[in-house]
Design a protein around this ligand. Structure first.
Ligand code: C2E
Ligand code: MG
Ligand code: MG
Ligand code: MG
Length: 282
């Protein structure tokens, strides 16, 4: 009986590995053609300064609408894009679009900084810095309106190379944010050694902060540390006004989340900015 079960399990397992491999292969070839035909889109989510009641930036988020109309979540294709290296050309496309769109807004008098997510695979590419310079040059976006969002995973490896890269970016005027802060495995000592501008408090802490005292305590600790180190603090995933109130009380004034704005296509973002003419965008 046990043997029988074991055999069945084995067969089930090997089949799922095969179909996994096939599914991955299919996904990879779909990504390649999406890249070539330029169907990846970039959505934007505004970031708000809640105490000043104004928008203070936006984040570029990749969207992929497949031929059948279905939207594929980045979580479902970014990992494979990283494994296959496709994230390098895909990431460049996103960066270019994001800088282009931010420049368009700037030309209309709306000075919004744009955050772009950078994968560790892109960051470790030899041509990474040149790629950033090329895109800034091609689009004409001032470097200080670009913010690169990297994760702690980027910082966990090869400190010398990381510091050289970040110093160069800083020198150019590009801003650096640590995304999903508090969830990685890196040491905190990098915060004093690297030229970091922003900590984005991971949304997992925000999600449960009203019911879980540990999450609220972690947020409070991050805010205190960020203030002491003169870093900007952004809370991610703010969905209700109770969270927003408590974040404000803890000293975190910059927020991103469904409560304020969902990720949306550029044209829609532009229109909603037009509806807020009284706000100063900086
Ligand atoms: P992230 O950079 O931490 O982005 C925040 C994610 O939270 C986005 O998911 C956003 O849509 C979502 N979000 C925003 N507000 C709320 C909220 O109030 N509640 C909840 N539950 N979620 C909220 P999205 O767009 O699905 O992206 C997921 C992740 O995929 C991103 O996390 C980022 O790590 C990655 N990603 C997205 N675009 C790119 C890209 O162009 N390049 C790279 N390398 N990664 C990307
Ligand atoms: Mg991000
Ligand atoms: Mg995040
Ligand atoms: Mg993330």
């Amino acid at each position: 009986q046990a043997k029988q079960e074991g055999r069945n399990r084995y067969r089930f397992f090997s089949q799922s590995i095969e179909s996994d491999a096939r599914a991955r292969h299919l996904l990879e070839s779909h990504m390649r053609s999406a890249l070539e035909s330029g169907v990846f889109e970039v959505f934007y989510q505004l970031r708000f300064d809640v105490s000043r009641q104004q928008s203070c930036g936006m984040e570029a988020l990749i969207r992929w609408r497949r031929a059948d109309g279905e939207l594929v979540s980045p979580a479902d294709f970014i990992p494979l894009a990283e494994e296959t290296g496709l994230i390098v050309p895909i990431g460049k496309q996103v960066l270019h679009q994001a800088c282009h769109d931010a420049k368009l807004l700037l030309d209309q008098g709306k000075r919004l900084c744009v955050g772009v997510n950078i994968s560790v695979v892109q960051f470790r590419e030899e041509s990474f810095l040149d790629m950033i310079k090329e895109v800034l040059n091609d689009t004409g976006l001032p470097a200080e309106l670009l913010e690169l969002e990297i994760t702690e995973g980027v910082l966990a490896r090869d400190m010398d190379q990381t510091r050289a890269l970040l110093d160069e970016l800083k020198h150019m005027g590009v801003r650096i944010a640590i995304d999903d802060f508090g969830t990685g495995y890196s040491s905190l000592s990098y915060l004093k050694r690297l030229p970091i501008d922003v900590l984005k408090i991971d949304q997992s802490f925000v999600r449960d902060m009203l019911t879980d005292r540990s999450d609220a305590a972690i947020i409070e600790a991050i805010v205190r540390m960020g203030q002491a180190l003169h870093l900007e603090l952004v809370a991610e995933g703010v969905e209700c006004s109770e969270q927003s109130q408590q974040l404000l009380a803890l000293g975190c004034e910059l927020m991103q989340g469904y409560l304020y704005c969902r990720p949306m296509p550029f044209e829609q973002l532009r229109k909603s900015l037009d509806l807020l003419p009284a706000l100063e965008h900086n």
